[in-house]
Ligand binder design. Structure first.
Ligand code: PHE
Length: 430
């Protein structure tokens, strides 16, 4: 396959309209799992459940105003700003719509993950069948993107792992993966031309057998500088960080970056020098590179002080409205909303001549409803085509901090609000 064809295939896989698709269509038959019209035959590996599959099209990282989307935008703006080419354009390209259903080849084999590696166990991931899986990490896309000719890219998306469920674990979360490749002249800028990228040497804790020591050192330095800057960009320069050594089948040497958070070290990301074998397999034997993968929820939970990972999946406007309309660089501290459920009622009315002032409306709603009113928002507005009268609809969201409200008592409060809006603002309830 030519390079161009390969990259076209990748673009075709980026589903352009996935921000608007909501619930995927899922059907389990005796022999297949059908997802949005694609059929996967079932075998003894199949362990996906309808409950997991329903997260497929949520794309929280693409949902405007969602904290994971703000974080995605923040990371992108850092990568764009920090890595311009000579013409001032960003060198990193972003892939945030790649299909999370990948082959097991991509998820494991392309990354040199051995057959007996624990991450392949069906108890740890979600198989559609022997050949297809819900990606367990964004690294699954490394090899195909490198093979398509890209040198610098970031992949962001939802990943799926079977795990415990508690305040910081959820079987679906989001990752950002960064990859940067270098040709010889980029590693050894204007230094002596005698320096070599490669040697036929020994693998040591410091380097792979293929790399000269200086190549490995330079890559590690560049990687660590980039990630330290990113963490400073996100958390501020006074955050304490430390590097620890670790192991991944697809990088060597490999590291984790931890940040001090409330007196505890918190692991933020994994990274390392890309195994040269992966670059050979992808058809770029003459380049070297680094990669990192970080968890978006982990960072967002610390950044916005979100106490429970399940909140990201909430459709509760008490959660979402705290991030709505924010810019990625805005400092937001999440304020806990009551754990009791919301109730909402709409109020629709014709406006009097001259309209109303929304703050008068808020005042009345608060005056009558008191603390059980959590939010008031304009949800609809239109002009009657004949008599030109304007109509508005406001949604009032009620929630008690200490108990579950019942609809009857909410209706009673709502009625009184309607009465006061009529008598004090001159609106006509529809
Ligand atoms: N894929 C690894 C994970 O999910 C993170 C990683 C990415 C590590 C890239 C090294 C290089 O844990």
């Amino acid at each position: 396959m030519t390079l161009l064809m390969k990259s076209l295939r990748i673009f075709a896989n980026q589903c352009r309209n996935c921000t608007t698709k909501s619930t995927p269509s899922i059907e389990f038959t005796a022999s297949t799992v059908n997802i949005d019209g694609r059929k996967f035959s079932r075998d003894k590996w199949t362990n996906v459940t309808p409950n997991i599959l329903k997260h497929l099209n949520r794309n929280l990282h693409l949902k405007p105003g969602h904290p994971l989307c703000l974080l995605r935008e923040n990371i992108i703006s850092f990568m764009y700003k920090s890595f311009p080419n000579r013409a001032g354009n960003p060198i990193f390209s972003i892939y945030d719509r790649l299909d999370p259903i990948v082959t097991t080849k991509k998820n494991f084999d392309s990354l040199l993950i051995p057959d007996d590696h624990p991450s392949r166990k069906p108890s740890d991931c979600y198989y559609l069948n022997k050949d297809f899986i819900l990606r367990g990490h964004t690294s699954a896309h490394q090899e195909e993107l490198i093979a398509s000719g890209l040198d610098s890219f970031v992949v962001m998306g939802d990943v799926y792992r079977r795990d415990e469920i508690d305040a910081s674990h959820f079987p679906v979360f989001h990752q950002a993966e960064g990859v940067r490749l270098f040709a010889k002249h980029q590693i050894f800028d204007d230094e002596k031309q005698s320096a070599e990228l490669f040697e036929d040497g020994k693998r040591t804790p410091l380097k792979q057998e293929y790399h000269t020591e200086i190549t490995s050192k330079k890559l590690q330095h560049d990687l660590k500088t980039c990630l330290t800057k990113l963490v400073h960009h996100l958390f501020g320069t006074d955050v304490e960080t430390r590097w620890t050594e670790t192991y991944f089948p697809f990088t060597h040497p490999s590291f984790e970056l931890e940040v001090k958070f409330q007196d505890k070290w918190l692991e933020l990301l994994g990274c390392g020098v890309i195994e040269q074998q992966i670059l050979y397999n992808a058809g770029v034997p003459d380049k070297v590179g680094w990669a990192f993968g970080l968890g978006l929820e982990r960072i967002a939970m610390r950044l916005y002080e979100i106490p429970d990972i399940r909140l990201f999946w909430s459709n509760d406007t008490g959660f979402l409205s705290q991030f709505e309309g924010a810019t990625p660089d805005k400092k937001i501290k999440y304020k806990a909303v009551s754990q009791y459920p919301q109730c909402f009622n709409d109020v629709s009315f014709w406006l009097p001549e001259g309209g109303i002032n929304p703050s008068d409306l808020y005042e009345i709603v608060r005056g009558v409803g008191g603390d059980i009113v959590e939010q008031v928002r304009l949800v609809d507005e239109f002009v009657h085509p004949k008599n030109k009268k304007r109509s508005q609809c406001y949604r009032i969201i009620y929630r008690h901090m200490e108990r579950t409200l019942n609809q009857a008592e909410v209706n009673e409060v709502h009625k009184r609000i309607e009465g006061q809006l009529t008598s004090e603002l001159g609106v006509t309830i529809r």
